[in-house]
Design a protein around this ligand. Structure first.
Ligand code: XUL
Ligand code: CO
Length: 438
């Protein structure tokens, strides 16, 4: 293809390299904790931002007029985009991608026509996947952009809209299956509400669970061994998104007996919007055996919306990779760059640089996190901090051998309680800085 023909394949040159088109920290084959970096990281391109995003915002039209979009419209444009997408991923060494149905093919006048368009593009994607060995990390459905989803998709008060969403998810699952996708994501889109004055929240949540059960049943029916994920987000587009954060989603899945079929796809910017750290969101999911995949991006702490920036924050990347390593790694999941270049970064070169710095940031994060874990920096401290539960009364508490009465007797018989110790937060932060800066 002509669009990136002057770009050489991006290679690792190390941290001293002055060439912006090289990796400074990401060395795909280098072994970290017994595995090549690329297996720890499994970077993925988000089709919607990188291939179809135009840079629009509520105040301005598209600034990113991609050269490949200028050559055609409709299905022809969609076909060119497939070629460009794979050329782009090959040049950077991205081995995975993710898409919504609506990203890859134009919607037709009817569902039938839309599905026909999808099939034609999926044929092409299949050829490119075979040629390049690039894999599908997950597929998903866009059931939020079209005006029919104004009141939600599976949580719409309109049963026809529920049915439409179900039909759309069915097709998206089928194409994900055809392309050998490892996962399928449900991000809530417009599944939430603006005001309880017009909303039956209980009913809407039951319907959300109904649709998810149908998805599980259908995957079984077509013999598709897929990992389903829910992607939590607290707000935007609706004021109250039902999948608020990790804790909300874990309880929702448990309450509806869906916890064996779903894991979480956790996004950094969504954690920020939920007023949690990404580390908290990951830890909560991992502690509940539901850490599945990551949408790697970053928000802006001064803004209250989902800016979806490429990840450049090392501190965050270290703690994200620390949580992932601590949880034993992502199995079916990966690191999907659900990230877009800033509106004034409108050249195709900006797209390359953005992915390179995102990959380098996580590669640096992985190296540092592995050192932290191998040296047991935080683990040793944790063991020390909770040691009162290893013996004596603490052991009896965790073994459920004592109740209120025994504990009262225990305390009455003690002259004074064990002295509290420092939490050493500043010391730990200082050690973390040493690992980061070197
Ligand atoms: C929206 C978002 C989505 C999902 C996929 O904030 O993150 O792009 O990742 O639907
Ligand atoms: Co996302």
């Amino acid at each position: 293809m002509k669009y990136f023909e002057n770009v050489k394949k991006i290679k690792y040159e190390g941290s001293k390299s002055l060439d912006p088109y090289t990796f400074k920290y990401y060395n795909a084959e280098e072994i970290i904790m017994g595995k090549p970096m690329k297996e720890h990281l499994k970077f993925s391109m988000a089709y919607w931002h990188t291939m179809t995003g135009g840079g629009t915002d509520p105040f301005g039209s598209a600034t990113m007029i991609r050269p490949w979009d200028e050559d055609a419209t409709g299905m022809e444009r969609a076909k060119i985009r497939v070629k460009v997408a794979f050329e782009f991923m090959e040049k950077i060494g991205l081995e995975y991608f993710c898409f919504h149905d609506a990203d890859i093919a134009p919607q037709g006048a009817t569902l039938e026509e839309t599905n026909k368009n999808l099939d034609e593009i999926v044929d092409l994607i299949e050829v490119e996947m075979k040629r390049t060995k690039i894999k599908l990390l997950w597929g998903t459905t866009n059931a939020f952009t079209h005006p029919r989803f104004v009141n939600g998709a599976s949580t719409s008060p309109n049963a026809d809209v529920f049915a439409y969403a179900a039909a759309q998810v069915k097709k998206a699952i089928e194409i994900t299956h055809r392309l050998g996708g490892a996962g399928y994501v449900f991000w809530g889109g417009r599944e939430g509400y603006e005001t309880l004055l017009n909303t039956d929240m209980k009913f809407e949540l039951e319907n959300l669970a109904r649709l998810l059960k149908m998805a599980v049943d259908y995957a079984k029916e077509i013999d598709f061994d897929v990992q389903f994920y829910i992607e939590p987000k607290p707000k935007e587009p609706t004021k109250h998104q039902y999948d608020f954060d990790s804790a909300t989603v874990v309880s929702f899945l448990r309450a509806n007996n869906l916890d064996n079929h779903f894991k979480l796809n956790i996004e950094t910017n969504h954690a920020t919007l939920a007023m949690h750290t990404m580390q908290h969101e990951l830890r909560f999911a991992a502690d509940n055996d539901m850490l599945g995949s990551v949408d790697a991006n970053q928000g802006d702490l001064l803004l209250g919306w989902d800016t979806d920036q490429f990840p450049t924050n090392i501190y965050n990347a270290v703690l994200t990779m620390y949580e992932i390593l601590r949880a034993g790694g992502l199995t079916t999941g990966g690191l999907n760059f659900d990230a877009k270049v800033r509106r004034p970064s409108f050249t195709k070169e900006d797209l390359l640089i953005a992915h390179i710095v995102g990959m380098d940031t996580y590669a640096a994060g992985l190296r540092i996190a592995a050192n932290l874990l191998e040296d047991g920096v935080f683990e040793d401290n944790l063991k020390q901090r909770y040691r009162s539960y290893d013996s004596g009364i603490g052991k009896k508490i965790v073994n459920n051998e004592v109740g209120f009465k025994e504990l009262e007797t225990y305390i009455l018989n003690r002259k004074e309680i064990e002295a509290n110790e420092s939490g050493k937060q500043e010391l730990l932060e200082s050690i973390l800085n040493q690992y980061i800066i070197g």
